[in-house]
Design a protein around this ligand. Structure first.
Ligand code: CMC
Length: 371
């Protein structure tokens, strides 16, 4: 028999159409519903980008006002979600806290199983509004601090920072943070989005899809890389040690976090925009050493492997400078990518086929049980 071809990691295999975003590795470009992501990052609020990803068009002024009002009114965490977070040990990884909280939010929704488009849009907006409070509160409790109530005079990004730090952030910080959310919001069939689509394809529910997607995002080969980048920076310490550190790491065949990409082989389209945001934070917090280390490792990696940074590389140190704990970085990615996940769940359901690939058995032949 001819051996069937195996597409390990589904590399290079198109599995479905999507109208949500277009990743073009040849031109290093990324479009959300046709718009270049760097232009959206420069000109739009995160709320507008979320609407665009869900509905396919930017919101009208009226739609945006209505959505903004709804988002601001939906930020408070339900008491049983808060209690569940409080019950988790401080050693619980914030991604596991996030996963657990989303699961309870789903359990609280009496219409969780209703997959009508209107219901799924409602659930998507609800998760969108709830995640900042969860991420912010979890970071605070690790520092022995209490919940900061949301403020409905602040937009999504301002309020996220407010609930985390209990003080209003400077506009330049809000802008860098909002940029990161826009860049993280969507990226076609990445591992977590594909996970969400697999779950949706069984006609399960949005909350289950997002809970599963959080599990997929946690790993360091995917979203967990932004946290891992910061551990790398901490380990290296300063720019003059970057090259020696890298040589040692490559010698033991380590994967360097924040570098490389399954689709982009010539550089990640989102990096230049995020690097500019990092530069603004380096200037704001007067930490040129951070950019020196960033550049030293990037240069050394370019010289040795010709592998370029991905979005997680500039995002990690940016969040660090803002004051986020390293373990909070990937949960911020969750708050951003929940838009892409939910948009994909709805797209999957609109023309669903159960996702169920084949495997080729290579275990022992049929045999008899021992007597
Ligand atoms: N460090 C060292 N070597 C690397 C790296 C890296 N970060 N990335 C790729 N390579 C090498 C790899 O060892 C392989 O070399 P060889 O052919 O000699 O075995 C070659 O490049 C091809 O790599 P691959 O692992 O076959 O490529 P892939 O498409 O399976 O992997 C990746 C993509 C993202 C898993 C990988 O680049 C990686 O592990 N990067 C580090 C983790 C990371 O930053 N992940 C974030 C991804 S993008 C944003 C996100 O999802 O959050």
């Amino acid at each position: 028999d001819a051996k069937p071809e195996i597409y390990k990691g589904l590399a290079g295999v198109p599995v479905d159409y999507t109208a949500i975003s277009k990743v073009n590795p040849e031109t290093n470009s990324l479009l959300y519903r046709g718009y270049p992501v760097q232009e959206l990052a420069a000109l739009c609020s995160y709320e507008e980008v979320a609407w665009l990803l869900w509905y396919g068009e930017l919101p009208t002024r009226e739609q945006l006002d209505e959505f903004t009002a709804l988002e601001r009114a939906s930020r408070a965490i339900a008491p049983n979600v808060l209690r569940a977070i409080d019950d988790l040990p401080l050693s619980t990884h914030p991604m596991d806290v996030c996963r657990t909280a989303v699961s309870i939010i789903g359990a609280n929704d009496p219409d969780a199983e209703d997959n009508a488009q209107e219901q799924n849009l409602r659930k998507s907006k609800h998760l969108f509004a709830q995640l900042p409070a969860i991420v912010a509160y979890d970071q605070r409790r690790r520092h022995g601090l209490g919940l900061v109530e949301p403020r409905d005079d602040l937009d999504y990004s301002e309020n996220f920072l407010w609930m985390t730090f209990g003080e209003e952030s400077e506009p330049v910080v809000v802008d860098a943070f909002r940029t990161s959310l826009v860049l993280y919001a969507e990226h076609s069939f990445n591992a977590s989005t594909f996970t969400a689509r697999v779950i949706a394809s069984t006609l399960s529910d949005v909350y289950s899809a997002v809970t599963g997607a959080i599990g997929a995002l946690k790993g360091p080969l995917h979203g967990g890389a932004n946290e891992a980048v910061m551990h790398t920076f901490d380990e290296i310490g300063s720019a003059d040690r970057a090259a020696a550190w890298l040589d040692e790491a490559l010698a033991r065949k380590a994967k360097i976090m924040g570098f490389g990409h399954r689709v982009y082989k010539n550089g990640d389209s989102r990096v230049p925009t995020m690097r500019t945001a990092l530069e603004s934070m380096v200037e704001h917090y007067d930490r040129p050493d951070m950019l020196e280390l960033y550049d030293a490792l990037e240069t050394a990696m370019g010289e040795r492997k010709n592998i370029k940074p991905n979005l997680d590389y500039p995002a990690g140190p940016t969040y660090h400078l803002m004051g986020f704990d390293t373990e909070t970085f990937t949960p911020i990615f969750v708050a951003a990518r929940v838009v892409g996940w939910t948009a994909h769940v709805m797209e999957q359901l609109a023309s669903n086929a159960l996702i169920r690939p084949l495997s080729v058995y290579n275990g022992v032949d049929q045999r008899e049980l021992p007597a």
